[in-house]
Design a protein around this ligand. Sequence first.
Ligand SMILES: [Zn+2]
Length: 284
Amino acid sequence: MNDLTVDPACATADANGARPCPVCGGTESAPLDKWSKVPWQNVRCSGCGMVFLRNPPPPELLKSELDWDVLKNHERARRRAARGAGYYLVSDGIKRVRAFARGFVTKKEYRYIQRYAEGPRILDVGCGGGHILAGMPGPIVPFGIEPSPGMQQQADASFRARGGFCIHNIAHLGLRELPEEVKFDFILMRSFLEHDVMAEETLLSCHAKLAPQGKVLIKVPNFACWSARLRGAGWPGIRCPDHVNYFTPDSLAGLLQRCGFSRTWIPLVWRLPTSDNLWALAYR
Ligand SMILES: [Zn+2]
């Protein structure tokens, strides 16, 4: 890490240099070397068992494409150096298949939104370029929050064409920027909460911005899946330092309850131990 200006002892650390547990706020934790990649240290909370990155980079980095890219490229180069060329022949092929499959994945989000949203105002937190809501059929008004300036502009342009907009900020700060009277019928957090150092603040603000019948749909990597147990740091869900929270169905439900949600619904098909991912629907 010597060629980077990023100090892994992060800005979100407490006085002792440790990031507190994002679920219970506890400061005691044990290192999980099997699921860590030096210098990034994943730990398990001694209080509630939540697994999280103890030393994430400062969240402000996310708002600058340049700084974040420097960090990501550094990690990518390190991973490439650690693997052979054959790995990338296979890996690039898998990426092409995944890009093709993305169209079907998006339709899954549409199905869930159509089934559970009780109004047209949909917020996508960490919306990227806005591709999910921009192309969604039906009378929706799309909103977004996105820290990457280039992607925020792209999302904002397409959301404004349908009556919404996209804010350029880190999630919990963007939620606070919204006018008091703006409430949402549905909030989507797809592949977002695992990145959010301020997950509790973000969920508290989401709860406050929901209409009375509002719900939040969350998709995160499932740390309780079999592949995570077997593969350790080689599990694709372990992405250092992009991923800072490693949820299980129980820890996600615990955090949602702590943030004021009245009910969390995670049916068995949304938390299969054979799937790398986990879905949850939280009711205001
Ligand atoms: Zn904890």
